[in-house]
Design a protein around this ligand. Structure first.
Ligand code: ZN
Length: 279
């Protein structure tokens, strides 16, 4: 089984730009997240792709109709936090507050999410405890590579049970001796669609399951000159800037995959994961 997931956040939420969240943030986004997510919905509809959308609470507040449409198209809604603050910058209390706030927005729309993915694959020791307390039954925040935030190399991409009644379904990597090659997101841009296709097929064969993910801001051109206020321009450092815009837009990469792979979502894969992989 190959799972498709979309982390629904705006480019303004990306840590690389370090833009403070204020009442003006929605204006800065200029409808980008709305347009790009609608394009994704159209694409998924055309190829009958079923996906899990890990939605940020702020986006759900900005565009409730968009979230309802995602649900009505038959996709699963999971949560991605409220502000996109990394877990490393949260306390147990502030994280709990974010989860509750996001759930309450979605519950108000008649949606009861069961899954969570952390911003930037960040980690904290209170993660599973808080998720469990809020009725979340699976997490997909681990990427089994060494990242600037943590060392995930003690994991592979096989799902496993957390003692608190939560299942962890990590994002996918292919291990070739000591090499760990991730798929999705930045790596879908870096390595391209063909290589990602080959990788997810190999991962699926090896572990019984593979997870693909990307973001709405990756599929449409994002603004190059960002002014927070008059004369106050956002300028990521040179290397960060290369990274921030690298091979965006990449709608074609996503299209290549959905044309060839019969994706399902986390909800649709849970019975298979519980029975076949977790035993
Ligand atoms: Zn994110």
């Amino acid at each position: 089984m190959i799972l498709m997931s979309v982390d629904v956040e705006s480019w303004v939420h990306r840590p690389v730009f370090n833009i403070p969240l204020t009442e003006q943030t929605k204006e800065l986004d200029c409808g980008h997240v709305l347009r790009s997510t609608r394009i994704i919905l159209e694409l998924f509809k055309k190829y009958r792709t079923k996906a899990t959308f890990f939605v940020l609470g702020t986006v759900a507040e900005w565009y409730p109709e968009l979230i309802k449409d995602i649900k009505n198209e038959g996709h699963e809604i999971g949560i991605h936090g409220y502000t996109h603050t990394r877990l490393t910058n949260h306390t147990r209390e502030s994280f709990d507050e974010e989860i509750k706030k996001t759930l309450s927005i979605l519950n108000g729309m008649g949606i009861n999410p069961r899954g969570y993915r952390a911003p930037a694959f960040s980690r904290a020791d209170f993660l599973y405890e808080i998720l469990n307390r809020n009725g979340i039954t699976y997490d997909s925040s681990i990427i089994p590579i060494k990242t600037p935030l943590y060392d995930g190399t003690s994991y592979d991409c096989r799902p496993f049970i957390i003692d608190r009644g939560i299942v962890e379904i990590p994002c996918s990597i292919l291990k070739i001796s000591k090499l760990r090659i991730p798929v999705g997101g930045f790596y879908l841009r870096l390595l391209g669609s063909r290589m990602n296709y080959i990788l997810v097929k190999k991962i699926e064969k090896k572990y019984g399951i593979a997870v693909m993910y990307f973001h709405p801001w990756e599929i449409l051109e994002i603004p190059n000159n960002i002014y927070l206020e008059k004369d106050k321009k956002i300028k990521p450092a040179f290397l960060k800037k290369r990274f921030a815009y690298y091979k965006i837009p990449m709608l074609k990469n996503v299209q290549y995959l959905v044309e060839r792979i019969n994706f399902t979502n986390f909800e649709g894969a849970r019975a298979y994961i519980d029975k076949t992989i977790l035993g």
